[in-house]
Ligand binder design. Structure first.
Ligand code: NIG
Ligand code: FE
Length: 414
């Protein structure tokens, strides 16, 4: 046996799955398979082998890492981010502390339009450098694959600029990247609804498709942003160019986003702070992945999605960060898992399933990411020495990740 990397004496190898398990839903989310006293072998960028330490035969490895007292996880898959942005917005954060709502700030030209204004001034290279820092930051907290949206450009040129930066993150960092066109994120001041929707459909979507810059299409379906009808028109236009929908649904109001998502066969509906029994039953057997963004609910002081009711109804659930400057300025997946446990009453096992295997499925990466499975991409991390897996959400905010391996390479300096 000759391997590139061998990790030995692993206290628990987390999320070990035979090929074929692609998502977990309902009661099955409570089970997180963990192999105790394990080894993990990596070769040519993929998971080559794993097993009990007693079964480890004579071997040779270029690098051997001793993980005594530590857990090894598959890297997190963060299926919803706005990683490409120009600048933070802490002035709005302070306005919110003093009583302004997200909608008040947006109505005053703050919010998304504020971010768009800043991004339009930046060169593509400068935007890339700023985004690369955030990519390094999320790598250090255990993320290995990420979805990145546009939506702070709001002109043809600037939406293309954002998506080129997102694609370049996929080429020039070890992160696996999927991109989403979110031109319909807000309506710039100079446009009527109708004119902007027409710009998105007639100019932006074809230009994005021409350069093959987006895997998916998204719309912010919300009061004051885009209606159900507009959302449906825009995502149907995207589908004609091969972009599958994933939708910002039911964040601030019962906006009908879930209904549009199910009707248009979206791959996911994300946010879901404002859903009830009707949306839950629509999602049953729909094939649409419901995705909670606990960082955004926490930061905006919104109700959290009714996760327990969703699992009781047999639904799967995914958890992503929504990393963005307005409603979730953190891409820290261990923290998202902690919030999901503390505020949505998920067990640690459920939350970890939601942030690995289910988010991988939400990005159509179920064949390559999201679990410890022979042949999958070697995206894993070694934890700090901790007593149990539940320590991750319990010690919220404490650094959990000690060593990252992405695409079979040991990342330095975390
Ligand atoms: O997912 N809801 C819409 N988009 C982002 C927030 C964007 C912003 O405020 O900049 C979100 O929460
Ligand atoms: Fe978002």
């Amino acid at each position: 046996m000759s391997w590139d990397i061998l990790i030995t004496h692993i206290k628990g190898l987390v999320q070990v799955r035979e090929p074929g398990t692609e998502i977990v839903a309902g009661d099955a989310m409570a089970t997180l398979p963990i192999l105790p006293n394990a080894y993990l072998a990596i070769k040519d960028g993929v998971i080559a082998d794993y097993g009990n330490m007693d079964a480890l035969l004579v071997h040779h490895a270029q690098h051997t890492l001793d993980a005594s007292g530590r857990f090894v996880f598959p890297s997190f898959v963060d299926s919803h981010t706005h990683l490409v942005f120009a600048a933070s917005r802490e002035e709005e954060f302070v306005m919110k502390i003093k009583g302004a709502s997200y909608a008040d700030i947006a109505a005053k030209g703050g919010g998304i339009l504020n971010s768009a204004h800043k991004l339009q001034q930046l060169s593509e290279d400068e935007l890339f450098e700023r985004t690369r820092k955030r990519a390094d930051e999320i790598i250090a907290t255990g993320t290995g694959a990420v979805e990145i949206k546009s939506g702070y450009g709001l002109t043809v040129k600037d939406e293309l600029k954002m998506l080129r930066v997102a694609r370049r993150i996929g080429r020039e960092t070890p992160l696996t990247v999927k991109t989403t066109f979110l031109g319909a994120h807000a309506i710039p001041k100079a446009y009527t609804h109708e004119d902007y929707v027409s710009l998105v459909i007639r100019e932006m979507i074809p230009a994005v498709a021409e350069e093959k810059l987006a895997d998916y299409i998204d719309v912010f379906c919300e009061q004051g942003f885009f209606t159900m009808e507009e959302t449906e028109m825009i995502v149907e236009a995207g589908k004609r160019f091969g972009m599958r929908p994933r939708i910002h649904a039911n964040q601030l109001h019962r906006s009908g986003g879930v209904q549009v998502g199910v009707k248009t066969r979206a791959i996911s509906v994300d946010h879901l702070e404002n859903i009830g029994d009707e949306e839950i039953s629509l999602l049953q057997n729909s094939g649409v992945m419901p995705t909670a963004l606990p960082g955004a609910a926490f930061f905006l002081n919104l109700p959290f999605p009714p996760a327990r009711a969703m699992l009781q109804a047999g639904l799967p659930l995914a958890i992503a960060s929504d990393y963005n400057p307005g409603s979730a300025p953190s891409g820290n997946m261990p923290l998202m898992i902690a919030l999901a446990c503390i505020r949505m009453k998920l067990t640690p096992e459920e939350a970890i399933n939601a942030a690995t295997i289910n988010t991988a499925a939400a990005l159509e990466l179920q064949g390559t990411h999201g679990s410890i499975t022979r042949g999958k991409v070697a995206n894993v991390f070694i934890s700090k020495p901790v007593p149990s897996v539940a320590h991750l959400p319990y010690a919220f905010g404490s650094p959990f990740v000690e060593q990252v391996i992405l695409q079979g390479k040991i990342m330095s300096a975390i």
